[in-house]
Design a protein around this ligand. Structure first.
Ligand code: 4NP
Length: 144
């Protein structure tokens, strides 16, 4: 799961997918990263942690890191939260095998909106969007 800062959207996506994967015993390895280096080592934004907690998901222990080229080898699927980060990750891909692992997390070229400069309701909106998106990913995993 990849966004810009790895403190709002992608840790929420990571937390949701891990939570659901565990609940359903799917044995999926989930991680997240940011394309930017601004927030390396930081916990997720307090507003995202609070929203996650309110909805039954704990992301307080996560720490931000930057996307690294090794992630192309470590993971089978790489989900970008928006088109800008999607383009950034694709620009780092070295071959078709790496490129083919990358997709936008939402259909129809929709972005998960960046809530960083928003209000708590924007964080809840991100949670709701990612809750649905991760349900879709879980369904796909089950059908693989
Ligand atoms: P994220 O949100 O990419 O969902 O983690 C952001 C966090 C920080 C910044 C931008 C977006 N920032 O500009 O510091």
């Amino acid at each position: 799961m990849v966004c810009l800062g790895n403190i709002c959207r992608s840790p929420m996506a990571e937390g949701l997918l891990r939570h659901k994967g565990r609940e359903q015993n799917l044995g999926v390895l989930v991680d997240s990263a940011g394309t930017a280096n601004y927030h390396i080592g930081k916990a997720p934004d307090a507003r995202m942690v609070q929203t996650a907690q309110k909805n039954g998901v704990d992301i307080g222990g996560l720490r931000a890191r930057q996307f690294v080229l090794k992630d192309f080898d470590e993971f089978d699927r790489i989900f970008a939260m928006d088109k800008e980060n999607y383009g950034h990750i694709l620009s780092l891909a070295k071959n078709d095998a790496q490129t083919s692992k990358v997709s936008l997390i939402l259909n129809d070229e929709q972005n998960v909106p960046d809530p960083y400069y928003g209000s708590l309701s924007d964080f809840q909106a991100v949670f709701d969007i990612l809750d649905l998106a991760t349900n879709g990913i879980i369904d796909n995993i089950k059908h693989e």
